[in-house]
Design a protein around this ligand. Sequence first.
Ligand code: GTP
Length: 395
Amino acid sequence: MVDESWAHYVGVSALMLVTFFLSNCLAWWLDIKRKQRISAKAQELSKASKLKTPVTIVTGFLGSGKTTLVNSVLSSETHGKRIVVIENEAGSISIDDKVLRAGEQEKAAVGIFVMKNGCMCCTGDGAGPELERVLNHLLNILQDDEYDYVLIETSGLADPAPIMQTFFSLSNASGRFFLDGVVAIIDCHNVWQHLDGRGWGAKTPEVYRQIAHATSILMNKTDRRNDQEENLKELEELLGELNPHAKVLRCQHCEVSLDHILDQRAFDAARVADMMVIERRLAGDEHPSAVMARHTPGIRAISWASALVEERWRDVYRMKGVLAVEGSRRLFVLQGVCGELKGQEGREWREEEEKVSELIVIGKNLNHDSIDRGFRQCLLSWRKQSEAEQSLIPP
Ligand SMILES: Nc1nc2c(ncn2[C@@H]2O[C@H](COP(=O)(O)OP(=O)(O)OP(=O)(O)O)[C@@H](O)[C@H]2O)c(=O)[nH]1
C-alpha cells in the first residue's frame, strides 16, 4: 500500500517536471522565433529605408506637451517636409485636431487623422489593426507622393510598444514606412507624482513604459520649478537609468533642435526585444479613465472646470476642452494639467463647423454623471456668475 502511493507520488512529480521542462522549452523556442522574425523584418525595412516614409512616434503622459511639440514641428520653417499627423485621442471627442489646426500650423500639415476612442494600450491586440487601418489609408495616398513624413501623437495614456510592434507586423506597409524614432515628453513639474522614486515601482506604469521605449526624451516644462537644478539633475539621472539608450534633453515648450525629433534614424529593432522584457517588469495598475461631455448651447463661464481641476488635482490628471463661447467668433481652448487650468482664445470657428463645447476629463475615480452635470451648469446665465468666475472667458 505504502509502495503504491509512493510510486504514484513519484510518477506525478516526474510528470510535472517534464511538463515544466517542456513548457519552458516551448516558451524559449517561441521567444527565439519571435526575435528572429523581428530581426528579419527589421532587415527588410532597413534595406529600402531611403525610399520609405519615416515615422516618428510622439508619446508622453497627459499634458506633458505632445501637441505643443507637434505644433512646433508643423510651424517650423526649417525642415521643409510635408507631414501627416495621426492623433490618438483617448476618448470619442477630439480636441487636439482643433488646437493643431489653429493658427499657422496648417501649412506643413498635409493631413491630420484622428483615431478617437483609441487609447492603444487598452485595446490590446486591437491596437495593431486600428493603426494598420490608418497606415494603409496613408499608403493609398502616398501613391500621390504628397507626404514625406508621418508623426504619430499617442494618447497620454498609451503604451507605445504595440504601436512600435505594428511597424514590424504591417505586411502591406512594410515597404513604405519605417520607424525613425520615439520621442517621449516628460512634464518635469508633475512627473514625480507618477514615479515612485528610483526603481520600478511605478505609480503610473504608462509613464515608465513611455520612458522605456523612447529614443529621445524631452524634459519639458523646466520653467515650472524654481528650485530646479537639483530636481532636474535627479530626474535626468533617473531617466538615464530607466533608459540608457535615449538622448535626454531639457526644454521649455518642447523647443529643441528638430534633429532630435525628425530623421533620427534612431530606431534599433534589436531594442524592441529588450523593451518587451521591460514590459514584463511593469506591474499593472488601475488605469485612468476618460469622461467626455459635449453640449451645443454656448458656454458662458467655466468656474466649475477650474474648481474641479484645483480641488481634485490628485485624481484629475488632465482636462482639455474646446468651448463655443456665447457671442464669440473664436473657439476657446481649455488646458488643465495637474491642478492648473488655463484658457485662451483659439482660431475662428469655420462656417462648416458645428459650434459645440467639448470637454475631456482624464483621471481616476471620475464620475461621469457629476462631470456632465457640472459641465451643463456652465451654461448658467452669465449674470449668475461672480466676476472672478467670469474672468476666464471674456464676455
Ligand atoms: N509652463 C509650461 N507649459 C507648457 C510647456 N509646454 C507645454 N505647456 C502647456 O501644457 C499644456 C499641455 O500641453 P499639450 O501640448 O496640450 O500636452 P499634451 O501632451 O498634448 O496633452 P494630452 O493631449 O492631454 O496628452 C498646454 O497648456 C501647454 O501650453 C512648458 O514648457 N512650460
